[in-house]
Design a protein around this ligand. Sequence first.
Ligand code: 6GP
Length: 836
Amino acid sequence: GKEKWPRGDEKTWKENMRALETDVPGISRNIVNHVQTSLARQAYNLDDLGAYQAAALSVRDNLILNWNDTQLQYTRKEPKRAYYLSLEFLMGRALDNALLNLDLKKQYSESTDKLGFNMEDLLEQERDAALGNGGLGRLAACYLDSSASMELPVWGYGLRYKYGIFQQLISPEGQQLEAPDPWLENQNPWELPRLDVQYDVRFYGSADRLNDGTPRAVWSGGQEVVAQAYDVMIPGCFTKSTNNLRLWESKPKRGFDLNSFNAGDYERAVESSNSASAITSVLYPNDHTTFGKELRLKQQYFWTAASLADMIRRFKNIGKPITQFPEYVAIQLNDTHPTMAIPELMRILVDEEDVPWDTAWQITTNTFFYTNHTVLPEALEKWPVPLMQHLLPRHLQIIYDINMYFLQAVEKKFPGDRERLARMSLIEEGFPQQIRMAFLACIGSRKVNGVAELHSELVKTTILKDFVEFEGAGKFSNVTNGITPRRWLDQCNPELSALISKSLNVPKQVWLKDLFMLKKLLPLAEDAAFRKEWAEIKQRNKERLAHHVRTTLGLEINTNAMFDVQIKRLHEYKRQSLNILGVIHRYLTLKDMSAEERKKVNPRVVFFAAKAAPGYWIAKLIIRLIVNVARILNADPETKDYLQLYFLPDYSVSLAEVLIPASDISQHISTAGTEASGTSNMKFCLNGGLLLGTVDGANIEIGEEVGESNVFFFGYLTPEVEQVRYNNIYHPRPVEEKSPALARVLSVVSQGMFGDGGIYEPFLNTIRQGDYYLIADDFDSYINALKMVDDAYLDKEEWIKKSIRTACTMGKFSSDRAIMEYAESYWNLEPVKIPA
Ligand code: 6GP
């Protein structure tokens, strides 16, 4: 039947409810309205920043209307929902993305034109939302875009850091310096504070078991802080579906601690309010490392507790018994960072809802799903038991109980196997004892997955091997990562997107949501006119990058050269070291040639961009080397026409959007078995840049899709790496013997060709001794692969064919495919249509 209007005069309401502004006059009215009211400015004193803000607020109006309709539909339909818990969301800019997803870019550009502003300039005003370190955070952002685009009821939960990833500056000596990223300084038009959505979160205090025959306990005292919600709308592509990213900010409970205040201790009162705000003040800038810092554990618990409280409140609104929680809620754990959600849900069920332990554990293990993003040992989170005891005493009890029941079950299956029990215990012995979060995430989840085929195998055969033996292989599987083709093709490479639509003869809305359609363009690789258009677009993207570098850094780039790009976090396992040593090798080779010989060489420009964790000394040294090599190379009159090298500071999502479409070749050269997946490899290939890489992570699957003749592989394979490492330690051979070419490179560095050689010794020694990442072992194979790239590039037509074939076979790597795998095989989620 017809629903009753909830309040007031229905007619008055309905006559005044706004619809989306989608025509140019309506958009202009809305923008000007925001200039006048939200910004309190006028045409006289409006600059680009103001105009950007007004345009953004007007786009946000549209998003909110769609968001309202979407959320109303979710409330009415009561579908199962999934929540993506991620400590990082590397969103980048929002305006262009929203305009494209809403299909309003043309109208908005026309409108801002009329108001005297150029849309492209306005887009540049926006600061990146850089609430993440690298791959893991950007993946979360791509998955949000795909969830909304696939019309899935998925929300993200994260933290609203006051400071995102640090801004990277490079000193004249080539040192990385870090500056804070005050991204909220200019107001953030994309977030909506929800003053009505707040939860109290407790820390410290004491936990007393009731000992009344139930497993319940009372946790009291300590410090309470408030979690305040901010919502960020996530528009789907060409759909009304608009999801939510809810970010929590920490606030003191009453402005200051009343207890201390009443006791006359004003300073302590203010101090405690500082400590509450500190929880969400900064994103930890470490990628793939754990530090065991109390504040980081506080962040993790604060965020999971607030998110779970919010989910449970929403679940309770539909009035079902708590045992049905997993039928309405799926929670994806993005790595182990949100693992405290597992004992927290147990605490809520057992202590607050009075659910028996076994039932509570059943509910919990049917709700959570855990994705592992790395097998590097230094990234596996462990928390010291004393810290947990101090900060979260009730959770430690719960973890102990989970462990006890778990080990009993292991003992039952493998009687008398003491070593196995020690290996599998959630508590690692030592001083101090540590809690192994990956094990807790594993046993507390319904399914566990890795992020590419090889990586998922490694998870099963290395870090979680015992758990596969205990729980059966069925629980462990793979979801190969993906990237959103909206941002990573349509938005960053509009000309290529237009060429694809024209050639497929379908609107982009169709193929952007069905990326396998690109395959239909494969025959056009044989069409000379198509190849010409394709190559011209690549050339213009190279010029766009050159323009960007000229205007931001004042450097002049040779756009007739091959553009060779490596952009990712600086890490020894990713081997930027191999790349820079290869560049030096190329330089030495050029210097050895006569001027005549050099003229036959294909010019190359090598680009790096990478942030290093502030405390990662060797990584910073590698940056320093790159910068100083660049200084010498770019100034050498003999070689600079054939080889240029640039380190672009402050790598970001926005910088990637300019670099990726301009690349001819990109490097993904991790030691085999170390890069779980990689996702920029997919972005480059989708934009027609070829791939030079090791047989690792998603490179392997890219090779399978595009065909081995279109990629350049080199290096030792994963099964061989362990033995090589063993030999490097127990049967070491000098670099001179493994690779004379590399030995020469190391010696010119150490002799000071790029400034004081002594500085670089600690880095060079990592290769001379131990060589954990197989730099010397892979060097000759790498140089050979670079040579193959050079040779292939000489045949321009064939190269363009490879570029077309690569881009057109990337269908598998759409994050739409990946998110649908999670929705169907993990969460059991159905799309929800939002009526117009
Ligand atoms: C990264 C992996 O290193 C990368 O290979 C993968 O593509 C990405 O996750 C997305 O799955 N891992 C991290 O960034 C990380 O911090 C703890 O792992």
